[in-house]
Design a binder for this molecule. Structure first.
Ligand SMILES: [Zn+2]
Ligand SMILES: [Zn+2]
Length: 258
């Protein structure tokens, strides 16, 4: 760590279309590197996920923001909620509001061995950065999100879907008109994590059964590449086939499960 240099630029930005930017942290370990989505509306902008919080995302996006901005954590994990404290308006689902308020490193995963490691940083986000001291910064949510909340950006509306399983407070944002889903860690095209200490497989199964009913054109996920409706349905059915094997939990009422 001592001989690593400070990165020239911690974030990378890609414009997807006139209303959407993807921001990533390319010098951070690919496995935990999140996709941060800046969604531009007529009257309001949204930032769906905020990265690790090891460099100023607020400064990085300042040039792209010309309206009130609401920063949202798709869930409490450090790679999504780490930077939310920097923003004046910040939102998270009710189930994880207290964890954000407390800066709960256990729920954020960053106190778990191996989740934030010096080797995961290709260069330093700022001079003096020490990975071992990484911690979720406690901050008070200014908005608590719940299932069915509508986020009106003026020219489009996104609905909050509460989709627990990966963690208790996971949300996705759904645009009914365009059939777009900003999915956080609920669904992405990579190894799905449903066995973390606070994951719940029966909830994950219920979430995926619910998503099977949702018309989808494009998914903008919390990790890895954007994908379309066919891949969306394939990931859902692969997961359900795997987790509904005999001996695996199928119902919320199964005993002995977290
Ligand atoms: Zn996560
Ligand atoms: Zn994640």
């Amino acid at each position: 760590m001592a001989n690593k240099k400070v990165c020239d630029s911690w974030f990378a930005t890609q414009q997807i279309n006139e209303d959407l930017y993807l921001i990533t942290e390319p010098h951070y370990y690919w496995y935990n590197r999140a996709n941060l989505w800046l969604i531009k509306g007529r009257d309001q902008d949204l930032l769906f996920d905020t990265g690790l919080g090891v460099a100023s995302l607020r400064q990085h996006v300042a040039g792209l923001i010309d309206k009130p901005l609401l920063a949202i954590a798709s869930h409490i994990h450090f790679d999504h909620a780490g930077g939310i404290h920097e923003f004046e308006e910040r939102a998270i689902h009710q189930a994880e509001a207290q964890a954000l308020r407390d800066g709960d490193d256990h729920k954020a995963l960053c106190s778990q061995p191996g989740w934030v490691d010096a080797d995961h940083f290709e260069c330093l986000p700022h001079s003096g950065f020490i990975a071992e001291e990484y911690s979720l910064v406690a901050s008070e949510p200014t908005k608590i999100l719940q299932e069915g909340d509508l986020l009106n950006l003026g020219d489009r509306t996104l609905e909050v879907l509460h989709l627990p399983g990966h963690s208790a407070g996971c949300i996705a944002l759904y645009d009914h008109r365009s059939q777009l889903l900003f999915s956080g860690d609920v669904i992405y095209d990579g190894e799905l994590l449903d066995e973390l200490h606070h994951s719940n497989i029966p909830d994950y199964i219920n979430t995926y059964e619910r998503l099977q009913q949702l018309p989808i054109d494009i998914v903008y996920p919390g990790h890895y590449q954007t994908f379309g409706g066919n891949r969306f349905r394939e990931i859902l059915s692969d997961y359900l086939d795997r987790r509904r094997q005999p001996g695996c939990p199928q119902k919320k009422t199964d005993k002995g499960l977290k």
